[in-house]
Design a binder for this molecule. Structure first.
Ligand code: URA
Length: 223
């Protein structure tokens, strides 16, 4: 006798046929095993240099983040998890797992992103506090105030570490502009539990199992 498996769709047990799913978004498991994960799943950590676009292809022919990941393509359809501006360097995840990508970028899962920002001039406490309050919560997400701290002051430049719980377009640059700060350099140091430390500029490496486990744990528990 063939026993039917226990089917769970987005956390809910399903018995009836015809349940609607969205490819790449809906999470389906049968007896606890994911059906939605590509067989040859890969998650890469790229230390993106400036001057590289965070897209799969560029109509203007500029180098893309995928050009830096060629040795891992081997028949896989890779894409970046969110994006970094062309003038921003730092940590960018690249994967072929659509569900992972959707969850990592969805505000519901509130993964933190940490940036090192160099701004022109000296920054006083009042400006720092304003910068902290500059984020507005996204729909469905908990309050998304930034965490902001001064790292060091070097002559005419201040280095600030900014931690956000969401990743909206040009968010750090727009926050800085809004409080009158001029960004001279922007680098993403961390995404959730994963850090750029030890990865040279332009280099790429697959995430280690323990990093993947941490990420999988974070995106399977909703905020
Ligand atoms: N915030 C920005 O302004 N740019 C990025 O690339 C990432 C976050």
């Amino acid at each position: 006798m063939i026993k039917a498996g226990r089917v769970v769709v987005d956390g809910r047990k399903v018995r009836q046929p015809g349940t609607q799913v969205v490819p790449g978004r809906t999470r389906i498991t049968v007896d606890g095993k994911g059906l939605d994960r590509p067989v040859n799943r890969i998650v890469l950590l790229l230390h993106k240099p400036i001057g590289i676009v965070s897209t799969v292809s560029d109509p203007e022919g500029r180098p893309t983040v995928l050009d830096l990941c060629r040795q891992y393509t081997r028949g896989r359809r890779l894409f970046p998890v969110g994006r970094l501006d062309i003038n921003t360097s730092g940590l960018l995840l690249i994967t072929n797992d659509g569900v992972l990508c959707y969850r990592l970028t969805h505000p519901r899962f509130t993964l933190t992103r940490t940036y090192l920002v160099r701004v022109r001039g000296l920054v006083d406490d009042k400006t720092l506090r304003r910068l902290e309050r500059m984020t507005k919560p996204s729909r469905g997400a908990p309050s998304a105030h930034a965490n902001v701290e001064i790292v060091k002051r070097i002559e005419k430049v201040t280095a600030i570490r900014v931690t956000l719980r969401e990743g909206r377009n040009r968010q750090v640059r727009r926050m800085c502009e809004a409080v009158g700060l001029r960004v001279v350099k922007l680098k993403r140091e961390k995404f959730g539990p994963v850090s750029i430390r030890g990865v040279p500029l332009g280099a790429v490496r697959p995430l280690e199992d323990r990093e993947l486990e941490k990420i999988d744990r974070l995106i399977s528990t909703e905020a």
